[in-house]
Design a protein around this ligand. Sequence first.
Ligand SMILES: Nc1ncnc2c1ncn2[C@@H]1O[C@H](COP(=O)(O)OP(=O)(O)O)[C@@H](O)[C@H]1O
Ligand SMILES: [Mg+2]
Length: 310
Amino acid sequence: MFGRRGPRTAEKVEPTAPRIVFFGGKGGVGKTTMAAAHALRLADRGLRTLLVSTDPAHSLGDALALPLGDDPVPVTENLWAREPDADAALRRRVRGIGDDAAAALPREILPAVTRHLEHAAAGPGMAESALADLLMDTMEEVPERWDRLVVDSAPTGHLLRLLHLPELLTPWVQGLARQRERAIDADRFAVGVVGGSGENEDDPLLERLHARRRKLERAAERLREDAEVRLVLVPRRMVLAETDRAARELAETGFRLGAVVINQVPEDVDPEVLTAVRERFAAQGTVELALSEREPLGPDALRALVERLP
Ligand SMILES: Nc1ncnc2c1ncn2[C@@H]1O[C@H](COP(=O)(O)OP(=O)(O)O)[C@@H](O)[C@H]1O
Ligand SMILES: [Mg+2]
């Protein structure tokens, strides 16, 4: 399914590299910095790259020293970056779920469902999940529109939820589809029509639910087959402990882990901690970056920072 490689020579640079890369880790370790730097490097190699933030507290624009917005903004010849509008995405998402529910559920319970959705929309985590929805759409643009997609994620817990979201939503959509099928069957029964098994396919609302389910399934598959997570951490025990748990959960649930970045290594680093980090992630491979005196902001500083990365 992912074998549609174009004739571009740039594709031959990394024949087995996943096309979608997420940067994850605890807050403040350097995810945004690394995502921006990595995306720049891919673009410099001639790959059409989209860099997108799924952290509602966007800071990609700060890292690139460039104002970004809801639509992709050109950064360099092959790099575009985008900070999606979480509120707009959330409104679209609530509308989409409301439409699905209206299509599938009995009319008398709809007001309650709508009230529930309005409450849920204001709840914690909804902006992230709306951005996850948007990310699924963006993933579908790879590789036709983008050779590579680099994702700057919100801190660890959010990233884990984001990666599991397609699977979590599938039963909800399947449940709605079943409700709709029952409603259609009941209608048929009422008018005395004996329908063949394929006739439900003609129902546009049911089709919409099936299309949505297929999209979620594609996203779930894609996240396992064509994506990897690069964890970033700083050499501190507490950060190592959290990153260790995240790595475990990702591995246990079938996600691919790329090389781990040990960032902001100070000159007086505790050698024991550094050794512990190296050993913990020996299987993935580790890359170390010194804590530089200045914040690496803007394309040139970012390029200089990651020159030593493999
Ligand atoms: N190797 C480094 N040396 C010095 N400063 C760094 C380094 N990596 C990141 N920073 C700075 O650390 C801060 C946090 O980085 P950021 O990429 O925003 O982290 P995150 O996205 O994980 O919260 C920013 O000010 C960034 O410029
Ligand atoms: Mg960040």
